[in-house]
Each structure stands twice: as structure tokens, then as C-alpha cells.
Ligand binder design. Structure first.
Ligand SMILES: C[S@@+](CC[C@H](N)C(=O)[O-])C[C@H]1O[C@@H](n2cnc3c(N)ncnc32)[C@H](O)[C@@H]1O
Length: 336
């Protein structure tokens, strides 16, 4: 499984050819890239060949695991990992005991028997790492592989805000390995609040792709967060969510102020911001917290800003007029 083989709201994979062309044409220096809101990491991945150093950040625990698994030149034993795949695929789920995953998510996000296997594998990855049978890189690759594999069979519409309640969970879980990306670039990985980190980073380009509506990523991907952290908290409600953590100010009414603070503190030559115009959406949760005009105004305080537009059709549950959807890229040349 490649880095883009994951369902993630707002990921920019399909837009990357367009965005890359804009960057190459308009940013005369593009050695060091700061991917401020990394998400899946596909932006960094697609720009590895035109950069020499990459700084990637996201405040979610699961995204940090993916970056550590996919990026970085650390060697690992591929044969050993393939043996893990064989070992996991030979396990008879019916013989496994109940565990944290089956007790909480069985028959909900996953088939009950699949949930037992997912919980068993999660525990055994942790044990093997603690017992020094896995290097750090191998640990992250196995963990990321577990998450990518269960995401494929999860009984959801793509995120974990809720599970589908029709009692017919169809897909069966199959453990497959992710394919780490070979790169000579130095990749620095952070799990920090974007506005805090921005105060300590210097780069050529900052790629800024924050959430723009009230939907919190930490709630959308809580199952991944809980399985990565593995501190087995008590979960609540029908959706089996943990206590709130990493709630983003970009999803609140203070978003314009937080965005302005970030832009003000970026020590870079170019700022690239992506945005889509769902502001007029009829659904309040998908309505943008920052307007197009506010973005432009804030960026103009740092330098000359050009706006690029692309019509983009995407799934919208019928609440917004698809034909009106536009993807925008703002490019600011700082200090000009
Ligand atoms: C629109 S997504 C980025 C998508 C990414 N460009 C991609 O292509 O996959 C926004 C990301 O910002 C992260 N995020 C939101 N608020 C944050 C904050 N204050 N600090 C760091 N990350 C944050 C979310 O976890 C989410 O992954």
C-alpha cells in the first residue's frame, strides 16, 4: 500500500500535479519545504523529488506514525516484515480471546472476528518492540500497515465519525504492508500545534492546508488515534469516542485570528495556501470558518499574492452545489 492509499478528508493527492506545477513555475527557490498541516503526507511525498529537505507536521498521533513509517532513509529488514505478514495471516481469528479492539469496536467499525485479530496484532507489535525484536523503523512500518489495512475494511464512509448501522459488515480484514518511500532528502517530523511550531522553523516554502470547517480531524480519525496511542481509554457514546484531544482552533470561530497568527510567524520565502470555496454551503458543519477575502487580506500583509483556481468535483452528500466547487491556491512571495 502506498502513502496515498488511505481515505482522508481534504487530502490533496489528486490536486498535486496542478499544485506542483504552480510551485515549480512560481517559486524560484524550493529546497526546503515546510508542510505545516501534513495530513496524509501526500503533499510532502509528491514534492520530494523537487526539494532537498522536508519538514512535516500534524498534531495527530496517527499521522506522525505514518510519516515515521513512510519517510526517512533508515534501513529495515524487509524479509523479517514479510514473515510477520505470513504469521498474521495464519492466525485463526476464532481461537483468539476478546481484547480492547473487539470489546469496543467489534460488530461496529469492524466485523467482530476481524476486530479480535486487529487487537491481537496491535498488542503483539507493541510486545515485539518492547522485547527488542523490532527496530523503531520496523515498529512504525508494522503499525502503519495495521492502520492502512484496517482502514480498507472499516465499516464507515471513510472517516470514523460514525459506523454504518446496517448489520452487514462485508469487508474482511487482510494485513498488508505499506511501501516506505525511498528518498535521500532529510525529512524532519513533528507532532505539534502548527502555530507553536511555525515560530521555530525556517524554510523556503510553507505549504499551508488547514481544516476550514468545524469538522475536527481528531474526532474523524479517533479510532486510528486510539489504536496508535494504545493506552486503552474508556470510550463513550455510540461512536465509541475517547475524551476530546487535539481540538483545532482552525475549526472554531477564532480561525481567522489563528490563521493570521500563523501567517505572521512563518519564516519563509513563499507561502502556498490551499482553499476550497465551500463557504456558502447549506450544511453548517461544512461551512468555511475563514472567507476567501480574509485569506487574501491576511496573506497580502506578508507580500504579493497570486490566486489560482480550478473547478473540482467532489463528493458532498447533496448539501452543496457540486458545480460551484472550486479549489484555490494562494501563492505569496514574502516581502515583495
Ligand atoms: C486539510 S488536512 C491536510 C491534508 C493534507 N494536505 C493532505 O493532503 O493529506 C488538515 C490537517 O491539519 C491538522 N491540524 C488541524 N489543526 C492543527 C493544528 N492546530 N496543528 C497541527 N495540525 C493541525 C489535521 O489533523 C489535518 O490532518
Amino acid at each position: 500500500m502506498k502513502i496515498q492509499n488511505r481515505r482522508y478528508t481534504g487530502n490533496k493527492y489528486k490536486l498535486m500535479p496542478w499544485i506542483k506545477e504552480i510551485i515549480l513555475r512560481h517559486c524560484s527557490v524550493h529546497n526546503v519545504l515546510f508542510d505545516v498541516f501534513g495530513g496524509t503526507g501526500v503533499v510532502t511525498a509528491e514534492l520530494l523529488d523537487v526539494t532537498t529537505k522536508n519538514i512535516i507536521n500534524d498534531f495527530l498521533f496517527s499521522n506522525e506514525v505514518f510519516y515515521k513509517a513512510f519517510f526517512g532513509a533508515t534501513k529495515y529488514d524487509k524479509k523479517k516484515l514479510n514473515q510477520y505478514v505470513i504469521k498474521y495471516s495464519n492466525i485463526d481469528r476464532k481461537t483468539l480471546l476478546d481484547n480492547y479492539v473487539s470489546e469496543n469496536y467489534g460488530g461496529k467499525y469492524f466485523k467482530y472476528e476481524d476486530a479480535k485479530l486487529i487487537g491481537y496484532i496491535r498488542e503483539s507489535i507493541e510486545d515485539d518492540y518492547k522485547n527488542h525484536n523490532l527496530t523503531e523503523k520496523e515498529y512504525y512500518i508494522l503499525l502503519a500497515s495495521l492502520l492502512y489495512s484496517f482502514d480498507k475494511c472499516a465499516n464507515t464512509v471513510g472517516h470514523y465519525e460514525a459506523f454504518i448501522k446496517d448489520n452487514k459488515i462485508r469487508m474482511a480484514f487482510v494485513f498488508e504492508l505499506i511501501e516506505p518511500i525511498q528518498t535521500k532528502n532529510e525529512v524532519q517530523i513533528y507532532r505539534q500545534d502548527s502555530n507553536e511550531l511555525a515560530r521555530h522553523v525556517t524554510a523556503d516554502i510553507a505549504f499551508v492546508d488547514p481544516p476550514y470547517n468545524s469538522r475536527q480531524y481528531s474526532r474523524f480519525y479517533h479510532v486510528m488515534e486510539t489504536i496508535v496511542k494504545w493506552d486503552k481509554p474508556k470510550l463513550h457514546g455510540t461512536a465509541m469516542k475517547p475524551a476530546e484531544e487535539n481540538m483545532s482552533n482552525y475549526c472554531r470561530n477564532s480561525a481567522p485570528d489563528v490563521f493570521a497568527d500563523l501567517i505572521n510567524n512563518l519564516d519563509v520565502k513563499y507561502i502556498v495556501v490551499t482553499y476550497n470555496n465551500t463557504y456558502d454551503s447549506k450544511s453548517s458543519s461544512s461551512r468555511n470558518k475563514i472567507t476567501l477575502e480574509q485569506i487574501k487580506q491576511i496573506l497580502e500583509t506578508r507580500g504579493k499574492t497570486i490566486v489560482f483556481e480550478k473547478e473540482y468535483h467532489r463528493f458532498n452528500a447533496g448539501k452543496t452545489a457540486a458545480s460551484q466547487h472550486k479549489e484555490l491556491v494562494f501563492l505569496t512571495k514574502v516581502g515583495v
